[in-house]
Design a protein around this ligand. Structure first.
Ligand SMILES: Cc1cc2nc3c(=O)[nH]c(=O)nc-3n(C[C@H](O)[C@H](O)[C@H](O)COP(=O)(O)OP(=O)(O)OC[C@H]3O[C@@H](n4cnc5c(N)ncnc54)[C@H](O)[C@@H]3O)c2cc1C
Length: 290
């Protein structure tokens, strides 16, 4: 199953169009008002990447205008060098005019869960454990795994948390964590409207039981799949209304190997940042083989 889209199409429109057929792309970015050509020139990473790989791992074929002005169709089998160069190629190897994107049957609903940790190694252990379940075909698993670091004064008042109930503010000190830095694991379970709610509850409960988050720090919400995927747009509208969307938002993405992630926590989250930033810091696990 796939859809052919123009390079300038926005992901939100790809989603809305494919949903009409009960289908959707498998791998996403957190924000959907980005062009297909733009994210495929980078990677396209969100909480599904540990499972499906980034967006560039979910493309069957592309039409590319090369530096000579030729329109060339490329895929794994056909002009593979161009295919691999253009995906993640920062626009340096040609202009993507069409991409054939892999689809899957779309879920209708999402159970979206946030749990908190004060212990960084417990947090990374659980993230790594959850992504390892995808190598075990029979086991229950979550569909999306992300997380973020909370280093500011003590409010879990992240720019994307308005969906949750109780929705904020929550004082870090009220959780009895004994630390100024908290880590939030963010996970989802997809389902269909007709699914038995008890089965979903049981599956989620069984997965959560294996995790070591701070008891009583769980936030849950159920929402339509499209609202979940388009969640950052809600924050965008809020920021726009305050004139804050169009100010520069510098952003840095880093891949840190598992062997150094604890040093990174000590040196950067607890060391350099301390409680001196209120910007979002996402941290989520990837499978290298994806
Ligand atoms: C608010 C926001 C949230 C984001 N969230 C995520 C996220 O969750 N995950 C993630 O992976 N990324 C994320 N990004 C980064 C995003 O993937 C890149 O900024 C991407 O380049 C955005 O695409 P665009 O349509 O804005 O591209 P543009 O800014 O228009 O282009 C960026 C570059 O991509 C290349 N390019 C664009 N179109 C084409 C084309 N058709 N063919 C060839 N090259 C092309 C060009 O080199 C161009 O300079 C986010 C960006 C923003 C602004």
């Amino acid at each position: 199953m796939y859809v052919d889209v123009w390079g300038g199409e926005m992901w939100i429109d790809v989603l809305k169009s494919t949903l009409k057929y009960g289908l959707a792309p498998k791998s996403w970015t957190d924000y959907l008002y980005l062009s297909v050509g733009g994210t495929l020139s980078n990677a396209g990473i969100s909480g599904q990447a540990f499972n499906h790989g980034p967006q560039i791992s979910n493309i069957h074929e592309m039409d590319v205008v090369t530096g000579r002005g030729d329109v060339v169709t490329c895929s794994l089998d056909h002009n593979p060098e161009l295919f691999h160069s253009v995906l993640g190629g920062l626009g340096q190897f040609g202009i993507i005019t069409r991409a054939r994107i892999a689809l899957e049957p779309s879920p209708q609903m999402v159970r979206w869960i946030r749990v908190l940790y004060s212990n960084f190694s417990a947090f990374t252990h659980d993230q790594e454990y959850l992504i390892s379940l995808h190598d075990q075909p029979q086991s229950q698993k979550f569909d999306y795994i992300e997380g973020f670091v909370i280093v500011d004064e003590g409010l879990i008042n992240n720019w994307r948390s308005s969906f949750f109930s109780p929705n904020n503010p929550v004082k870090i000190s009220s959780l009895g964590a004994g630390s100024n830095v908290l880590y939030c694991l963010e996970i989802t379970k997809n389902y269909h409207i007709g699914d038995n709610p008890k089965t979903i509850d049981q599956e989620v409960e069984a997965l959560l039981k294996k995790l070591n988050f701070i008891p009583a720090s769980m936030f849950t919400t159920d929402l339509p799949y499209v609202d979940f995927l388009d969640r950052v747009h809600t924050a965008e509208l809020k920021l726009r209304s305050k004139g804050l969307w169009d100010v520069p938002h510098p952003w840095l993405n880093l891949f840190v190997p598992k062997s150094r992630i604890a040093d990174f926590d000590k040196g950067v989250f607890k060391g350099i940042l301390g409680n001196k930033t209120s910007g979002p810091i996402l941290i989520y696990p990837m499978n290298k083989n994806k």
